[in-house]
Design a protein around this ligand. Structure first.
Ligand code: THU
Length: 157
């Protein structure tokens, strides 16, 4: 038996202004995207902003449904829309912001497992890393690739 350890490096910023310029723009877009959230059941409003290879920013927000599993997270709303409308563009970076009743907490809201899996698939499709930025009011976390938030990604290809 050998004991192994997985190490994950990420950067923590204390405000959006500390981020590189392009990420600042994406972070603000994610917060803006929260306005599109439709969350009558959880009251947890989430916005996502996705930067494509051509520089375009695509926004998504969680959409809930009376039949709960029919709803969708903000991240997947953005990624599926981009995948459907810009199938040839890489997904370079995604920023996520959210909170109960639209209030962003100090520590970031983090993406669910299904969204991480979908991020992994588009990263695989593009063949280049997708960075993930999670926005809190006092902590902003940036991961350089999806592997860092989904270690040991399933890959059958
Ligand atoms: N939600 C997201 O939009 N993204 C995530 O990564 C986590 C959860 C949404 C789903 C649901 O509408 C609400 O937040 C509460 O779970």
């Amino acid at each position: 038996m050998t004991e192994k350890e997985l190490n994950i490096k990420f950067r923590e910023y204390s405000s959006i202004d500390e981020l590189p310029k392009e990420d600042q723009e994406l972070a603000h877009a994610a917060i803006e995207a929260m306005k599109g959230s439709y969350a009558p059941y959880s009251h947890f409003n989430v916005g996502a902003a996705l930067r494509l290879g051509n520089g375009l920013i695509v926004k998504g927000a969680n959409q809930e449904n009376n039949a709960y599993p029919s709803g969708l997270c903000a991240e997947r709303t953005a990624m599926f829309w981009a995948g459907a409308n810009y199938p040839d563009e890489d997904m370079v970076s995604i920023a996520i912001a959210g909170g109960k009743e639209g209030k962003i907490e100090e520590a970031p809201a983090t993406p669910c497992g299904s969204c991480r899996q979908v991020m992994a698939q588009y990263q695989l499709k593009s063949g280049r890393p997708m960075s993930v930025i999670m926005i809190g009011s006092r902590q902003i976390w940036k991961f350089d690739r999806v592997d860092d938030i989904l270690p040991l990604i399933f890959d059958s290809i």
